[in-house]
Ligand binder design. Structure first.
Ligand code: PMV
Length: 324
């Protein structure tokens, strides 16, 4: 039986979230793990296309109304591959998805599952898809579900490259440092709604534009310095900038008691730097460790501070086949 399996990475915003909504740059990197996986399998020629979400025990068949919210992006992807000039047949294949990336925690789970799905479908039918084209298709799916995302998730996840991202632009790829980088991710277990947090920040800014624009500009400066430190593998400097960025995110009002506890625990346990990552108010945080031994200690400290999913990970090094 013919099958095609494809993976997609999670992403981490290293510096610059929220300020990126106001035109400042942000750095995001693809992570080795957690990740999402999609498998396309041949079925009987008469069977309409189906989607299975392994993590939710959900199944949808084309022609049915997509009831569950979790199915919507895949129903959209399947339709776009078949209808309106899509090149794939409407029968004889099924798409199965599974993912280790917690939903609503700032690690790009939505863009990752869409990327894996589109890659697997294209590979199954023998169609090439360039990373930029893939990124645009993933953005369409994201936009349908989440309003107007900045585009950072699809750019990083579909291209599998660290990027210095600016809203409305393609983004400048940053070569990752040669030395291994140890990120320890902690998760509060609280899903956040990016749109709601971004809206609250917009309201607070409307009431006090001077203060907020000053904070965004300071975050922008930190991010620019951070891009140079990242490229050079200057991890002590990068960690210091992460700490500074976190303090500014706290001033924006997007931290939470859970995130503060974890960031402080990581700093006390020997992190080079630590910050919340993504929209905040829950979701996840990241600590930078100087080596694997300290990373282990940070994991322990984060678990004690309440992290419900703790993982030491690094940057996904891009496969040659993904170039383009
Ligand atoms: O938590 P996430 O991964 O949805 O990240 C949100 C990042 C923001 O800068 C807050 C919003 C955006 O669209 O860039």
């Amino acid at each position: 039986m013919k099958t095609a399996t494809e993976k997609a990475p999670s992403k981490l915003i290293l510096l610059g979230e929220h300020a990126v909504v106001y035109g400042q740059p942000a750095i995001a990197v693809p992570l080795r793990e957690p990740s999402a996986e999609a498998v396309v399998t041949e079925t009987s020629e008469s069977e309409p296309v189906a989607v299975e979400l392994k993590d939710f025990g959900l199944r949808w068949t084309r022609g049915e109304k997509a009831e569950a919210e979790e199915i919507l992006p895949f129903a959209h992807i399947v339709r776009s591959c078949i209808e309106d000039g899509g090149r794939m047949p409407g029968r004889g294949w099924k798409l199965s998805i599974r993912s280790d990336i917690p939903i609503g925690c700032g690690l790009g789970s939505g863009a990752a599952v869409s990327t894996a799905a589109l890659r697997a479908i294209h590979r199954f039918f023998g169609f090439a898809i360039a990373p930029r084209e893939l990124s645009a298709l993933v953005y369409e799916t994201e936009r349908m579900l989440h309003g107007t995302p900045s585009g950072i998730d699809n750019t990083v996840i579909a291209t599998e490259r660290p990027v210095l991202f600016r809203k409305g632009e393609d983004g400048e790829f940053i070569e990752p440092p040669a030395a291994p980088i140890f990120f320890v991710i902690g998760y509060t277990g609280k899903r956040h709604k990016t749109f709601a947090v971004v809206t609250e920040v917009a309201e607070a800014r409307a009431a006090d534009p001077e203060t907020y624009d000053g904070i965004f500009a300071d975050i922008g400066e930190i991010t620019r310095k951070g891009a140079a430190a990242f490229r050079a593998g200057a991890f002590a400097e990068l960690g210091r900038l992460m700490d500074e960025n976190h303090r500014l995110l706290e001033r924006l009002g997007v931290s939470s008691p859970e995130l503060e506890r974890m960031v402080q625990a990581a700093q006390a346990a020997g992190a080079l730097g630590a910050k919340l990552s993504g929209a905040g108010r829950g979701g996840c945080m990241v600590a930078l460790a100087p080596d694997a031994v300290v990373a282990g200690k940070l994991e322990e400290a984060l678990r004690r501070a309440g992290s419900v999913m703790t993982v030491t990970t690094g940057i996904l090094r891009r496969k040659a086949a993904a170039c383009g």
